[in-house]
Design a protein around this ligand. Structure first.
Ligand code: ADP
Ligand code: MG
Length: 231
């Protein structure tokens, strides 16, 4: 198992948010976490990303406990946190590098793909919520870590743009065989993207069910392949 979460618990004061969470992500797997809003999904990701500490329980990556440690996973938070004093391109390039050198070509290629090439020299304050989400998404895609944790990455996008982003995510996932852990409150989106789905209860979140998606996604079917539709 790449990522193993064992008996994870988190309270804020008297408010218990996570209760005995157990979950695993295997290498190359695409796993969705589905749960009602306010259940504790983002809190779970903040724990995985090392921004918060659990009350008890462990988060392990390849067998190494990473509770409270940053930099082990690529984490796209629900609220995009871009560096306000850096341009769009600089924000993306921070994650895109080859052998330690910034890879401007790759960063620009992706900005163009998501329709933001004209904004590469803009600052985050000049962007809409959906644009910031796309910049934050590319930054996560281009980072080196083998596991990508995305917290409702497409929530601020219109349907059409969301379909495109889902397509890019699936193609990057297939090309690089990264593992993806994806939070959503859309059942449709979870079924469309994931190999497996964990369903959380309302607060305090527990894992209520684990579903192996029993049918193949239409990854290679005409909708995703059609350039007419996506360009
Ligand atoms: P979700 O992402 O599933 O919508 P969150 O993890 O954001 O849910 O929040 C779960 C609960 O924890 C909410 O009731 C929220 O108000 C509370 N919460 C989240 N972060 C904090 C915090 N830093 N301090 C206190 N309460 C928090
Ligand atoms: Mg959330």
């Amino acid at each position: 198992m790449l990522l193993t979460i064992h008996e994870l618990n988190k309270t804020f004061g008297n408010l218990q948010v996570l209760k005995d969470i157990n979950l695993q992500v295997d290498e190359g797997e695409f796993v969705a976490i589905l749960g009602p809003s306010g259940s504790g999904k983002s809190t779970l990701f903040q724990l995985i990303g090392g921004n918060l500490l659990a009350d008890h329980g462990t988060i392990s990556l390849n067998g190494e406990v990473i509770n409270g440690k940053k930099g082990f996973i690529s984490y796209m938070p629900q609220q995009p946190s871009l560096f306000p004093w850096r341009t769009v391109l600089e924000n993306v390039v921070l994650a895109a590098e080859i052998n330690g050198k910034p890879n401007y070509k790759e960063a620009k290629r992706w900005l163009e793909k998501v329709g933001l090439d004209e904004f590469e020299n803009s600052y985050p304050i000049e962007l809409s919520g959906g644009m910031k989400q796309r910049v934050s998404f590319i930054r996560a895609l281009l980072s080196k870590q083998s596991i990508l944790c995305l917290d409702e990455p497409f929530s601020a996008l219109d349907e059409f743009t969301r379909l495109k982003m889902q397509k890019w995510l699936l193609s990057v996932w297939e090309e690089n065989r990264k593992s993806v852990l994806f939070i959503t409150h859309s059942i449709e989106e979870a079924l469309f993207l994931a190999d497996r789905i964990y369903i959380l209860s309302k607060r305090p979140a527990r894992v209520k069910a684990e579903i192996k998606v029993p049918f193949a996604r239409p990854r290679n079917e005409s909708l995703l392949e059609s350039n007419e539709f996506f360009t």
